[in-house]
Design a protein around this ligand. Sequence first.
Ligand SMILES: Cc1cc2nc3c(=O)[nH]c(=O)nc-3n(C[C@H](O)[C@H](O)[C@H](O)COP(=O)(O)OP(=O)(O)OC[C@H]3O[C@@H](n4cnc5c(N)ncnc54)[C@H](O)[C@@H]3O)c2cc1C
Length: 433
Amino acid sequence: MPEDFDVIVVGAGMAGSAAAIRLAQARANVLLVERSPEAGAKNLSGGVLWGHDLDRILPRWTDEMPLERHVVRKRFGLLSAEGAVSIDLEDERWRRAPYGAHTVLRARTDAWLAHEAETAGATVVSGVPVEKLLWEGTTVRGIVQDGAEMRAPVTIVADGANSRLSLGTPIRPDARLDGAATELGIKEVYALSSRTIEERFHLGPNEGHAEEWVAGIFPEGIMAGGFLYTNRDTLSLGLIVNIGSLFGNRTASHDLIERFKLHPAIQSRLAGAELVEYGAKLISSGWASRPRAFSGAGWMIAGDAAGFVFSNGIVIQGMNYAIRSGLEAAETALAADAAHDASAARLREYDRRLEASGILGDFRDFARIDRVKWNPRIYTAYPALAVELFHAMMSEDSQPKRTVRKIFQEVRKRSGVSTTTLLHDGADVARYL
Ligand SMILES: Cc1cc2nc3c(=O)[nH]c(=O)nc-3n(C[C@H](O)[C@H](O)[C@H](O)COP(=O)(O)OP(=O)(O)OC[C@H]3O[C@@H](n4cnc5c(N)ncnc54)[C@H](O)[C@@H]3O)c2cc1C
């Protein structure tokens, strides 16, 4: 059968577009297929992009890509019903090129990246949901859409979390994602003028602020982390929720975000902002969510579809891994094209590249991070304990002064967490986080 393309890439997210750009720059005949009418239209992401892997294909991306703000301050904190404790990192290096992270809105960045792929020479087709991969035995020969086949020696699967193209196939034999390795992302976008954002968050022009919270505010035992990021003239706000902790609860995702927004530490920054967008999406993160293999005869899988999202409660990073894995898949496809060989053995080079680029190491090394990230005490006892501890240390109540140790023992006792449990949890944090 004649081939229609050298490489087919499914999904114009960060992974798929990065792959298509690299392939087109190397003059491969590449098709990039996206189900949304425009790339990015359905892509929901909290929005802190660590994009330095883009240097490999778009050296001027920080000047040309529609970025929102460069992040100059990151905050991490614990929210309890009574208050909030947080740490700010302000790093002078983030104030100057090449900067650190940028806040982004995916509708803008993804449309731009797909356009870059087209400019480089890729055939970009939007508004076409690929139905399935074209399997012949254990080999992928391309894609099927509306009963029509499109053939290529190599197909890169980059269709995001809940990858319908891989579920129930030899790539991911289970027809569903593993619930234990799946999280629910909820996000809202609020319009607020640039000037108000800069005044309210103490930022200069184009400077951004990003914060992540352990949301110890859901008494039903729901475990969730929250985020708030500043864009040019909008704020992105949301929650990453442990799906298992939602079971048996009647709380709707909308109620969760309402409660997060009403916390005084968050609410004060939203005054006058107007809701303009709401969305929810699954996230499959970490080593446990990896597919059976990352490559096989005629195929490779990249980005969220491969489970390459790192989240530890302090950061969530997936776009960087999406770009890097997309680029490694593209390099492998180019080598396969040159050798006229897209066998499983040849495409295993992708696995080697994932290893050499540090992606697999990052996920393997943090394989047991869920022990810390989804420890229920992190969302119940500890935020309250931290707030009480700092409250006692930083207040004056006409009582005799106590040492930190004494205060700590008092609030620990009140929290109901034994010293042994605390030591175990502390050891887990040191070992797995
Ligand atoms: C709430 C939330 C907050 C997040 N915050 C951050 C953050 O701050 N920083 C960060 O780095 N990461 C964050 N992430 C993770 C990040 O969004 C993902 O890791 C990243 O988007 C992965 O890119 P991708 O290209 O692999 O997949 P996606 O961005 O999901 O792209 C997949 C593309 O494939 C298309 N597609 C799907 N199925 C088909 C089909 N059958 N046919 C054709 N096209 C198809 C989709 O429309 C989409 O365009 C967050 C995620 C969520 C949900």
